[in-house]
Design a protein around this ligand. Structure first.
Ligand code: PAF
Length: 301
């Protein structure tokens, strides 16, 4: 594995590795902010299977953090991350500094995300997705991957990156990876490291509540407001839990639904504070297409 800290070094090594390969091969990029965990490892394994070369980037991107967010204390473990990448047979590890990525001055050019970034996490994190897309666009230009890998856990990020890739004509295939969970259902996230022992013990309630919603929808419940009320009530019954949002949205437009239509793809996405830690999760809650006969004036059809 080659570790690169500068853009020019990465470009040289990328060109050298591609030229050295006998068959023209694909390059898979998995962009991360480090503090790698089992969810990241799974994505790297998937990228490893699908590509001739695999690149992982580790960069805690200041542009996607708001002024009162956790940029300074975001967990970091560069040595362990490097070790894991070696173990998983990554070819290129890109770990630039902030100055290497953005220079000394304030960033003058950036990607602006339209409507898709304005609700769900965009409401409480204004500018967050502009920051994500700016760094992802830069990484696409530096790494020039064939494929790039994003987890379904960050469903809004995944959707926005897909749209940006299309809108800005990046020749990159966006691959959606699975949500990897702890045994008790908690979606694995670097931010789980912030949880105290007692917060950690109640955090799986988020995934459990989403599964309950999924079951209720499968059993025929269609009233979004009722499902939301029940879920918020269940979650906030635990001291220390506060729901930021819990929404039923179209996974393509991310627009909210007020009622559930059988057969229509629907994502239930939530951001929930456990103590001071904001965790996100989501689940597919498409209501099954109805198989019942409809009785009409002319009889059954
Ligand atoms: O999902 C993340 O870890 C980050 O938002 C990403 C995509 C690496 C951009 O900084």
């Amino acid at each position: 594995m080659i570790v690169c800290t500068s853009i020019s070094q990465f470009r040289e090594e990328r060109a050298r590795l591609l030229a050295a390969s006998e068959t023209p091969g694909s390059l898979g990029l998995f962009p991360t902010m480090g503090y790698l965990h089992a969810g990241h490892a799974e994505m790297i394994r998937i990228a490893r299977k699908e590509n001739r070369l695999v690149a992982v980037s580790i960069f805690v991107n200041p542009l996607q953090f708001g002024p009162h967010e956790d940029l300074e204390r975001y967990p970091r473990s560069p040595e362990a991350d490097e070790q894991l990448c070696r173990l998983l047979d990554v070819d290129l590890l890109f770990m630039p500094s902030i100055v290497e990525m953005y220079g000394q001055q304030p960033v003058l050019s950036s990607v602006h995300v339209g409507m898709l970034g304005s609700h769900l996490c965009g409401t409480s994190r204004p500018g967050h997705f502009d920051g994500v897309c700016t760094v992802v666009a830069k990484l696409f230009n530096i790494v020039m991957p064939t494929r790039a890998y994003f987890s379904r856990k960050d469903a809004q990020q995944l959707r926005i990156v897909q749209q940006m890739t299309r809108d800005l004509s990046f020749p990159v295939e966006i691959v959606a990876g699975p949500i990897v969970r702890e045994e008790d259902g908690l979606a694995i996230s670097s931010r789980n490291a912030y949880l105290t022992a007692s917060e950690r013990s109640i955090a799986p309630r988020i995934a459990q509540t989403l599964r309950t919603i999924q079951r209720r929808v499968a059993q025929g419940e269609r009233d979004v407001a009722l499902l939301q009320r029940e879920a918020v009530h269940t979650l906030e019954a635990y001291e220390g839990i506060r729901v930021d949002y819990l929404s039923f949205v179209d996974p393509d437009t991310l627009q909210p639904f007020t009622t559930l239509v059988p057969g229509r793809e629907t994502l239930c996405a939530a951001a929930v504070y456990v103590g001071k830690t904001r965790l996100i999760d989501n689940i597919d809650v498409r209501a099954p297409a109805s198989t019942e006969y409809t009785v009409t004036a002319r009889g059954k059809r």
